[in-house]
Each structure stands twice: as C-alpha cells, then as structure tokens.
Ligand binder design. Sequence first.
Ligand SMILES: [Zn+2]
Length: 308
Amino acid sequence: MTFSGSLHVYPRSFQRLSALAFGLALLLISQTAIAHPGSLWGIDLSSVVALRDQARIAAYRSAGAPGERLNRVSTIVLDPGHGGDNSGAIGVAGIREKHLTLELAYHLREAIQERYPDVRVVMTRYWDTSLSLPERVHLANLAQADVFLSLHYNAAVHNRAVGYETFYLRPQDVTPEPAPVEEHTDHHDASPIEGARLVGQHGDDLVFIQRDLIRAHQHELSARLAHSVQNGFRGHLDSIDRGVKQANFGVLRGAHMPAVVVEAGFLTHPDEGSRLIERAHRQRVVNALLDAIVNFDAELEHVLDDQP
Ligand SMILES: [Zn+2]
C-alpha cells in the first residue's frame, strides 16, 4: 500500500491501532501487581506509547486535518504524583493517589493531543514506578518544557478539608540550590532538588543579574500558570476554591519553566473523595486543566509580546 493510497483508510486503521495501543497501556496501568512493566510479551511498552504519538501526528498531518494550535506552548510535561513504593494519599474509596494521578495524566495527555496534535506531551512516568523529585524536574528541564504540571490529589488528617488548590514556589525558593523542604500536605515527598544549576556561575555580576531576571520571570509565569489552573477548576468543578498558594515543594525547585503543583481535590473528604474516582468527574478535571493550558498560552503570548 502506498502512502498516498492509504490516505483514506489510514484514519480508520490508525484508530484501530491507536485503540489497541491505548488498551494495552490501560491494561498495564490496571496491572498494579506489575511494578515495573517495561515490557510485555517482549514488547517494549514505552516504544508502543511513543509509536502511538508518532502515528497520531502522522495521521492528522496525512489527513490534512490542521488541528488547533497553541501560540507559545509547544511542550508540556505532566508529572503524575507519587508512584511505585510511594502511594501518596489513600482516599475514602480506598484508592491510592498514585493510581489516580497516573490515570488523570493519561487522560489529560490524550485530550491535549487530540485538540493540539503538534503539542508534545511528555509524562515523567508512564507506569507505577518510583521516581525521585529531582528526577521529575530533571526530566522536565531535559524536555525543555514550556509548562510543568505536577498532578496530585490532596489529603488531610481530618475529613473536613475539601476543594482544589494550586501551588507555586515562594520567590526565595526559586533558587535551584538544595534547601530544606517544608511540607504543606502530609503526604508529599520531601527530598531537595539537586542539579539544575544555571550554567556560568562564575561570581560575575552580570551572570547574577541575568540569573535573577530569569528567576523572577519564571516565578511570575508560574504564578500566572497557577491562577490559570484555579480559574479552570472554578469553571468546571463544583467544589471549594482554596486558592493559589506558595510553598517550597521539592518537585518545583530547579524547574526552568513555569511549574505548579495541582491538588485537584481531597481524597480524604467523604463526598469529594468518592467523587474523584468517577469517570465524569475526572473528565471535568481534564477539561479544567485543558482550559488552564489554553488560557496560560494566551497569557504567555500577551506577556512575551509586551517585552521589549
Ligand atoms: Zn500528592
């Protein structure tokens, strides 16, 4: 079959291939007993996922479907919180946060790629694997992400806490130097970010000024991203807006791009905790985060256009 001859049938066969690959991926996510499902029946699964992305982009392009475009955001890194030995919070429905965040990340990735096929969406983990906080940030920096969303669900020692909130770093913590981590929720990892130092630290005043400017810019954009996420949630979720907050989260320190921790709801709240595992609710969270990315992209366009 020639490439041009396959144009009309490709979308259908692509859908089948795509469904098969996605089914396989979902099957593996559900196989929680498999801690490191790097391969199944001799098939390297990360290659399957990567192949699926390639196939999707090729299908859109060959079908002549233009797809929508973002102005400034071309790479998004989604960080499904926790994983492997680190389960995160355990909710009222008995579900572990690490599974919910992974499921959310897969669905958000799917939604972004369907609407914006040219946008690259990278996940820090694709399976139920352990990953340190520095590794997550390092991956985002390596991917040269324009946006970094660390996805979490919240927990509290009492069951009254409810609602969604988004965190970005305090200004004094934007520095990539290792520092003690202050825990804001009771279930977060607490290891410092290492590495990710800016190149060219030679005690030169100009280097320090440039570095401060970059940090200030990154900090301001992270604040905008955090507000975009909260606005997205307000538009889609019928819960309490706990607001944008600043904290010293290890998973944000050292990030070179706008970066936030998203807490999409309390697993420990009797009502919200059981709602969070519903498919319809997850779709609302996906829609909220998709809106947030689109709005942030528009803001970014505006901010960068205003710069001299
Ligand atoms: Zn968490």
